[in-house]
Design a protein around this ligand. Structure first.
Ligand SMILES: Nc1ncnc2c1ncn2[C@@H]1O[C@H](COP(=O)(O)OP(=O)(O)O)[C@@H](O)[C@H]1O
Ligand SMILES: [Mg+2]
Length: 325
């Protein structure tokens, strides 16, 4: 395998609704190299969660993959038998959600759940409990042994998020998908969770797909950044390239809006004038044309293909065509 834990190629997804089809992801390419943290950044509705759920093969029932391929852990994800897919989830592949209650079982104690996820381990029950308590301690939960007896509802949102991270410490997945996990946390908690994720990456020797609309968080912990705009990857590259020499006008608008804001305290993406495209009728033009300050005639006519700007750095913009990489 190519050194990528996941490789998404030309992936397109459609949602069928009563009001007709919606096209949340179109021709998406994303590589997640082994051992790296890849950030997916985009406004609300840009398709971040849809991408995560596609990787987990947990898309809602009205979703149809209309094209593309996904290689995950050396396998063809879209053709993998359901049984084998279930086997991957929770072992080699794990996801933490924005709302930790989504993944925690409300009627089982934290300890029971932390034992459950070690069911494959040959260790004794006492050893598994010790491991669970240790994982809780690692994520900064004091009095861990006592906490194992408690139920998810007895913890605050921030604590529950840490419990989910502790569980992924026990699972040691090769790919951990974290979908907006710091969005509901205050700045201090967020900084702690980011620190934990970084440690986790070192410990797991795995990769993390870090989905966020917080540019500061992405700048802080990611190796690579993928910028999604209305269902399309408009730019992707190494984190320093994206923040130091962003090439797509959308990325530039995000990053250059106010450099001082690119720090962990940034809560939201900057507001860019104009309307986000309607995902029901996708224009044949560049997807950003209607909001782009540098729009040209060709942009309103043709959709730009990705242009390679540097090693592992590309963007979909007509301005870059013919520019030497
Ligand atoms: N099951 C669904 N049916 C129809 N539309 C959906 C469904 N799930 C998400 N969408 C739409 O797809 C788009 C992308 O959503 P999502 O992936 O959740 O974006 P993000 O996570 O970036 O906020 C949004 O316009 C959303 O309303
Ligand atoms: Mg989302």
């Amino acid at each position: 395998m190519s050194g990528n834990v996941a490789a998404i190629r030309d992936l397109s997804i459609r949602f069928d609704t009563q009001q007709g089809p919606v096209y949340p992801l179109r021709n998406v390419d994303v590589d997640v190299p082994r051992g790296q943290i890849v950030g997916i950044v985009g406004e609300s509705g840009s398709g971040k969660s849809t991408l995560a759920l596609a990787l987990m093969r947990l898309l809602p029932g009205n979703a149809v993959v209309t094209g593309g391929e996904v290689e995950l852990l050396g396998k063809d994800l879209l053709k993998l038998p359901a049984e084998e897919m279930r086997g991957l989830r929770g072992t080699r592949l794990a996801m933490i959600f924005q709302d930790p209650m989504t993944s925690l079982n409300p009627v089982r104690s934290i300890g029971q759940q932390m034992l459950d996820i070690q069911y494959r381990s040959p260790a004794s029950r006492a050893e598994k409990i010790a491991k669970a308590a240790d994982a809780l301690k690692r994520v900064g939960i004091p009095d861990a042994r006592e906490q194992l007896k408690r139920y998810p509802a007895e913890f605050s949102g921030g604590m529950r998020q840490r419990i989910c991270i502790a569980m992924s410490l026990l699972q040691k997945p090769e790919l951990l998908i974290a979908d907006e996990i710091t969005t509901a946390l205050d700045v201090t908690l967020e900084a702690q969770v980011l620190h934990l994720l970084r440690e986790l990456r070192a410990e797991l020797k795995g990769s993390i797909l870090f989905i966020s609309h917080n540019l500061g968080a992405v700048a802080e912990i990611c190796d690579r950044v993928v910028v999604l705009y209305a269902g399309e990857v408009v730019e992707q590259g190494p984190v320093f390239e994206i923040f130091d020499r962003p090439q797509h006008p959308y990325t530039r608008a995000l990053v250059e809006c106010d450099p001082a804001r690119i720090e962990t305290t940034t809560r939201e993406l900057p507001v860019i004038p104009g309307d986000v495209p309607n995902l029901r009728s996708i224009p044949r033009s560049c997807i950003f044309a209607a909001r782009c300050a540098e729009v040209m005639e060709v942009c309103r006519r043709d959709r730009p293909p990705p242009t390679v700007i540097g090693k592992g750095h590309s963007a979909r913009c007509h301005l870059l065509e013919g520019v030497e990489s």
